[in-house]
Design a protein around this ligand. Structure first.
Ligand code: GRF
Length: 226
């Protein structure tokens, strides 16, 4: 692992997770920097956030999933990330399916954040699904990306309570606060070269010695710097 990692981000939306990663890098909490941001959405707030931090950012048109054009777009994204010599790719609210070629190109060094406690509630708008289902605990997951969506080896999870009168938006607001802590934490561990993948499991070297339940919510492995 190089001294300081180079991070490439794919994002489709507002980019608050991206912002938390940029901020953690700038604060020295992650020994690395975001060097490229790519979006399928020309109006993504994530692009503006990147520009505000003078990070190279651009939009790539991504046609419908599964088409030849979609595969071609993935190749263009891979090339761009390789041109930027990235060590790690983070999906930060990237709302498109990542194709097998991209998964292969960055195997073991591509992460995603998902606003549910996987393997429960894969997919999109899952905070609303969780409220509808009536679960009492919800949360967020950071995992490595594999071919099958939302199934990769799990790096860290955070659990939050679902209150009786929560709307989907209430729950989403509660979850995203934790997303902004666990994603930078996972990236910091990666930058410290403390993560290894053993089959389905991610093993963290030398985890912090605090109870998983310390703090307002359950986060495991425990947070160190966030
Ligand atoms: C987050 O909830 C993330 O988990 C999901 O999409 C949302 C993106 O939000 N995949 P933002 O663009 O990072 O603000």
């Amino acid at each position: 692992m190089p001294e300081s990692i180079r991070i490439g981000a794919l994002a489709s939306g507002g980019g608050t997770n991206l912002q938390s990663i940029i901020d953690a890098c700038e604060a020295g909490k992650i020994d690395g920097s975001v060097v490229a941001v790519i979006s399928d959405n020309p109006d993504a707030g994530a692009l503006e956030r990147a520009h505000n931090h003078t990070i190279d950012a651009h939009q790539i048109e991504v046609p419908e999933t599964g088409t030849e054009g979609w595969k071609e777009a993935d190749r263009t994204i891979i090339e761009s990330l390789e041109d930027h010599d990235v060590d790690l790719v983070v999906l930060a609210g990237y709302m498109r399916i990542v194709g097998p070629e991209m998964v292969e190109a960055f195997r073991g060094r591509m992460m995603n954040i998902h606003p549910a406690l996987l393997p429960a509630f894969p997919g999109v708008e899952v905070q609303w699904d969780a409220v509808e289902y009536g679960v009492k605990l919800a949360g967020a997951t950071v995992h490595f990306v594999v071919e099958e969506y939302d199934t990769g080896p799990i790096i860290i999870q955070a659990g939050v309570p679902v209150e009786q009168d929560d709307s989907g938006q209430d729950l989403a607001d509660r979850i995203i606060e934790l997303e902004h802590r666990i994603y930078p934490q996972a990236i910091r561990w990666f930058a410290e070269d403390r993560l290894s993948i053993e089959g389905r499991k991610v093993v963290l070297e030398d985890p912090a010695e605090v109870e998983a339940g310390d703090g307002p919510y359950i986060v495991n492995p425990p947070l160190e710097a966030f």
